[in-house]
Design a protein around this ligand. Structure first.
Ligand code: 13P
Ligand code: SF4
Length: 307
């Protein structure tokens, strides 16, 4: 069989297994195009959390990184959350290990802790509230606390929110390496090539990069901006997996990634074969003890109530 016949067979087998196993496939906007194309739903972290919260299927195959699968498990604890591989983590989530945050809490008992959803379940269990890049601004505008705030683990997202909203949150020393690597020179170069194209970047980019952009948004925000704009050409400053959906949903528009290409190596570990493995019991199931689920889901539920 040639490669395209193999892929077609794999797709058919996945759809049949999905039916047999009463499963849904959720995928993040950054995974490879062929995986996005087989998913029941593709979205950003906030949209995927909402889908998990309303899920009734027995099995969720989660095509994204581990913290996203954990969030799905927290919100749909009776479902089996199956990951195509055990090796797709988010290095930024690992930059705020629970023992370090426990120490911070001991040293700063007055702080109100706000976690970006890119955190492990154990870290979520220690915080007051979660946000995603899709709802952080809206939620922070509503927060009414006299307590000092610590925002973790993304110092770039925190700094961008401080700047936009005039806040003075303390920031954890973490970042997304893929987004932090985007340099102002890359934006300048793209602007030289496409001077009329709006620059759309993710909120995880450094503040000096955000300052050069027309908009800094979540991945769903970038997709919505491109769809609703009358412009025909855009510069995209985020992980290149998003280009698949941008091009598919806007065939009459042009999207230009940056040079060097922005890649999240962990998102790229999710493959069609991995989806097949997950559905055939050869993947990795997210397991979270009930006691931890009860603690870690609370800040996520607060987030969903506010957003
Ligand atoms: P979104 O919630 O915007 O999809 O972002 C998730 C993420 O990990 C970005 O790097
Ligand atoms: Fe984590 Fe960055 Fe990958 Fe998003 S792009 S999953 S923040 S490492």
């Amino acid at each position: 069989m040639d490669t395209s016949a193999n892929t077609q067979k794999l797709r058919e087998d996945i759809l049949e297994l999905k039916r047999q196993k009463n499963a849904i496939i959720l995928a993040h906007n950054y995974v490879q195009g062929d995986v996005q194309d087989i998913a029941d739903f593709v979205g950003d972290s906030l949209e995927l959390s909402r889908k998990a919260a309303e899920n009734h299927a027995e099995n969720i195959v989660f095509c994204g990184v581990r913290f996203m699968g954990e969030t799905a498990k927290l919100l749909s604890p009776r479902a089996h959350v199956l990951m195509p591989t055990q090796h797709a983590g988010c290095p930024m989530a690992d930059m705020c290990p629970p023992h370090e945050l426990r120490q911070f809490k001991e040293d700063h008992p007055d702080h109100f802790l706000i976690a970006y959803v890119n955190t492990t379940a154990e870290t979520k269990a220690l915080v007051d509230l979660c946000v995603t890049s899709g709802n952080a601004e809206k939620i922070l505008r509503k927060i009414d606390t006299q307590r000092p705030i610590l925002f973790l683990p993304d110092q770039n997202l925190g700094a961008n929110l401080n700047q936009k909203l005039g806040l003075h949150m303390d920031l954890w020393n973490g970042c997304c390496r893929s987004h932090n690597r985007i340099a102002t020179e890359a934006i300048e170069l793209a602007k030289q090539h496409y001077p009329d194209a709006p620059v759309l970047v993710h909120l995880e980019c450094r503040p000096e990069v955000v300052a050069m952009a027309d908009a800094a948004l979540s991945t769903a925000g970038i997709l919505a901006y491109a769809k609703n704009s009358t412009q025909k050409s855009f510069i995209i400053g985020t992980e290149s997996g998003i280009l698949h959906r941008l091009k598919k949903e806007n065939p009459d528009k042009d999207f230009h990634g940056l040079w060097p290409n922005v890649i999240c190596p962990d998102m790229k570990k999710i493959t069609l074969q991995g989806v097949h493995d997950a559905l055939s019991g050869k993947g990795f199931e997210i397991q979270i003890p009930d006691e931890l689920i009860a603690k870690a889901v609370a800040p996520i539920q607060r987030m969903l109530e506010h957003s």
